[in-house]
Design a protein around this ligand. Structure first.
Ligand code: NAD
Length: 363
């Protein structure tokens, strides 16, 4: 493989991009390391079709920059990176293609070029079993299956981080109320959303739920929740909207129609544009930045696989997401600015100093 940009001088971001066609499969494999200022870069491996390979590179750049913020705000001694494999038309069958293992070997070779400066993991299009295959060629991989010695599926710790975040937001806005007096709309009942909704239901909250997948409707019955269409869930008259499906759901239009007082959930990249954070703020809606809320998976896998923590210790560290979010919300209240701006400032400070007041908070 060829390195398309070498290590860049100083601390410019992105620090290094390796993008080349895999030796075995001829598919474009791009690893974008945004920052190693706080430690080796973390970021999953996304495998999908893009309109053009340039779109794949742009996705890798955007996602790796977001990972820098996510790792820093989680109090981890890690930076951000991302692998994107932009499949061409010859790979129409995706993971059913007989060359799938070869594709993962191409990814492992790209990861190895960073000599530990970048650590990959699952993302859209890959899962723990794929990490086992990548792990045959490189040690710099997280979330292999538990059978292979990894920490496996990250949805459980991610949901735990969302739980801690919901607790923090509710304590911030309604210190005197418990869940039995609050209502939530959970948008998306997949791996994470189902766990989050189940806990809210068990705590006696009034629930509105939805999913594009009609087979998830039966869950609503088991919780005594109200099932609505996806677009209705976004604007339901509830206290908290919990996005656990897809990104881009917070737009000028949807924000104008929101009835919730707070938005806190796992979905990545909830804002269509950063400026939408200002619209939420202007409407008095508390938006918990998804980079903070959805970090449970990386906090847990780093704790267990890189630092040897027990499952209980990893869970304890994931729950610290609540305390970090609470501090962010407090700071935003004091400054009168959206939490997103506080989060940005914190990331900039961390990267400038290489160290954080929050550093160690995940320990
Ligand atoms: N799983 C993790 O560890 C993790 C970590 C960080 C962030 N996230 C993010 O959290 C979100 C949920 O993750 P997951 O692992 O539960 O994914 P998932 O694929 O298991 O679940 C997503 C669910 O959302 C539903 N959905 C998709 N589009 C929808 C729409 N427009 N309206 C309503 N429902 C829709 C799907 O049918 C599916 O049931 C994703 O945005 C993911 O990127 C997940």
């Amino acid at each position: 493989m060829d390195t398309t940009t070498g290590p860049r001088p100083g601390r410019a971001r992105p620090e290094r991009i390796v993008a080349a066609r895999g030796a075995r499969t001829d598919q474009l494999v791009a690893v974008n390391v945004d920052s190693t200022r706080l430690g080796p870069a973390l970021g999953g491996c996304r495998v999908r079709h893009y309109r053009t390979w340039q779109d794949g590179l742009a996705d890798a750049a955007r996602l790796s920059a977001a990972m820098t913020g996510k790792a820093a705000l989680a109090g981890l001694d890690h930076g951000g990176g991302k692998t994107v494999v932009a499949l061409d038309g010859s790979f129409a069958r995706g993971r059913a293609d007989p060359r799938w293992r070869d594709l993962l070997a191409d990814v492992a070779d790209a990861v190895e070029q960073f000599r530990g400066g970048y650590v990959t993991g699952p993302d859209i299009g890959t899962g723990p079993a794929d990490m086992d295959v990548i792990g045959e060629r490189t040690a710099h991989v997280l979330c292999r299956t538990e059978a292979a010695g990894g920490s496996g599926d990250s949805s459980v710790p991610t949901a735990l981080g969302v739980d801690a975040s919901i607790d923090a937001v509710c304590a911030h806005l309604w210190p005197a109320r418990d869940f039995s007096t609050l209502s939530f709309a959970v948008h998306g009942l997949g791996h994470v959303g189902e766990l989050v909704a189940a806990r809210l239901a068990a705590a006696g909250a009034r629930l509105v739920v939805t999913d594009l997948d009609e087979s998830r409707r039966a869950l609503a019955g088991t919780w005594g929740a109200t099932w609505v269409a996806p677009e209705q869930a976004l604007v339901a008259p509830v206290d908290v909207l919990v996005p656990c499906a897809v990104g881009g759901i917070l737009t000028p239009r949807t924000v104008g129609e929101l009835q919730a007082r707070a938005v806190v959930g796992a979905a990545n990249n909830q804002l269509d544009d950063d400026a939408t954070a200002l619209l939420l703020h202007a409407r008095g809606i508390t938006w918990a930045p998804d980079t903070v809320v959805s970090a449970g998976g990386i906090v847990s896998s780093v704790a267990r696989e890189r630092e040897g923590a027990t499952v209980d210790e990893a869970r304890r560290r994931v729950r610290t997401i609540g305390a970090r979010l609470a501090r962010l919300l407090e700071a935003a209240t004091v400054s009168g600015e959206p939490p997103l701006h506080e989060a940005r400032r914190e990331v900039d400070r961390l990267l400038a100093t290489g160290r954080s007041a929050l550093s160690g908070a995940a320990r």
